[in-house]
Ligand binder design. Structure first.
Ligand SMILES: NC(=O)c1ccc[n+]([C@@H]2O[C@H](COP(=O)([O-])OP(=O)(O)OC[C@H]3O[C@@H](n4cnc5c(N)ncnc54)[C@H](OP(=O)(O)O)[C@@H]3O)[C@@H](O)[C@H]2O)c1
Length: 356
């Protein structure tokens, strides 16, 4: 199968690239501001991933009195400064003449696939906001299936318009589409949300993800829309990095006790997405872990797994800090679980000491 991962340089995208290559698929992936190669650690990524008030899926640390965290993780040197093409890498057409304003030229890039341990991935630099570049990449590679995980916190044009551009290009090329959405499309007012529930977002990130779902459904009626929850695993997620920085004292802040999600291991999620892609399962799916936990409870599990000092993790209330967004969102994944062979483990299982 020819698989294109849009957003292959991110946490989930990198895992998908590795899995597709390991399973012998012909895989291509896109990056935007990162160097090519999957598994770019988002932990050191853009500041908005860890900023208080962020409406993205990352943790939202604030000090006990709701002020911004100081001393939190900052972008790695060059993390967003390697926008140029790597040797042999293909460039979306209008990026040749109109570089993205958010990328900065410079910084050495490894050869495509070199940093990944997978020598078979072809990398494209792509800005999904470009209506011209997206069909050029998809029409050029002609994937059997495109898996779109690209998004940017706080950027409607990437998260919503970009998803529409990807869907339009897939509709034109004739392949299948798996689009990754989020539990943030829900307000959290209901006790839980199954696959039939309609979005009722309460913050800009949730609204952009809901708009993306509508565009995907309209443009590619047979697409799979896969809503997921907090992604962790292998130590590479923003939440794991934040817990590490709190437990080692390199950041200050609290972990919310009133912010509840169903964390999922990045490998389980990637496997579920690939199964949905391979079997061509259309419609809405809910792919999250089988256990609802607060960010504080999740932090304790991470600290225990990593042998960190859990006493340094301080609980706090998200509601007290006035951080916008849903508080408790429990994804009911029952229907998806019945359809899939892939098991989506609960956090207490995949974060048990000895697991990565
Ligand atoms: N992480 C979570 O806890 C969580 C929870 C629920 C849902 N989700 C959803 O899961 C998906 C993957 O999340 P993630 O945590 O893996 O995200 P991530 O690590 O932040 O990766 C985002 C990807 O999008 C790419 N991207 C950003 N702006 C772009 C643009 N203008 N054009 C093209 N690509 C662009 C990034 O490329 P560069 O890095 O190269 O710029 C990166 O590859 C997203 O759709 C997100 O909404 C995530």
């Amino acid at each position: 199968m020819r698989v294109l991962i849009v957003g292959g340089s991110g946490l989930l995208g990198g895992e998908l690239v590795r899995l597709c290559a390991a399973q012998g698929h012909t895989v291509a992936a896109t990056r935007f501001s990162s160097p090519p190669g999957p598994g770019t650690p988002r932990t050191n990524g853009p500041a908005q991933d860890v900023r208080p008030g962020s409406d993205g899926p990352g943790p939202e640390p604030v000090t006990a009195d709701g002020r911004p965290v100081t001393g939190g993780p900052s972008p790695a040197p060059g993390a967003a400064a390697t926008g140029g093409p790597a040797p042999g890498e293909r460039l979306g057409p209008d990026l040749r003449t109109r570089p993205s304003p958010t990328t900065v030229a410079g910084g050495p890039s490894p050869a495509p696939g070199a940093a990944s341990g997978c020598g078979t991935c072809e990398w494209f630099r792509l800005d999904v906001r470009s209506r011209a570049a997206v069909p050029a990449v998809i029409g050029g590679f002609r994937p059997d299936v495109t898996i779109n995980v690209a998004y940017r916190s706080g950027d409607w044009a990437t998260t919503a318009d970009g998803a529409a551009n990807v869907a339009a290009a897939v509709a034109a090329s004739g392949g299948r589409l798996v689009h990754v959405s989020s539990d943030a499309v829900f307000s959290g007012d209901a006790p839980s949300y199954d696959e039939t529930c309609l979005p009722d977002p309460v913050n800009p990130y949730g609204a952009a993800k809901a708009a993306a779902e509508t565009a995907v459904r309209a443009l590619v009626p047979g697409a799979a829309i896969v809503r997921t929850s907090l992604i962790v695993g292998h130590g590479a997620s923003a939440h794991e990095a934040f817990v590490r920085s709190l437990a080692t004292g390199s950041a200050t802040g609290v972990l919310f006790t009133d912010d509840v999600r169903c964390p999922v291991h990045v490998s389980d999620l990637a496997a579920a997405l690939l199964e949905i892609a391979e079997r061509g399962l259309p419609g809405v799916h809910h792919a999250a872990g089988d256990q609802a936990l607060s960010r504080y409870e999740l932090g304790l599990l991470i600290a225990r797994r990593d042998g960190l000092d859990e006493k340094r993790l301080r609980p706090g209330l998200r509601a007290a800090g006035g951080v916008r967004g849903p508080l408790e969102v429990r994804l009911d994944c029952s229907a998806t679980r019945r359809r899939l062979h892939t098991r989506l483990r609960p956090a207490s299982e995949f974060l048990a000491p000895g697991h990565s």
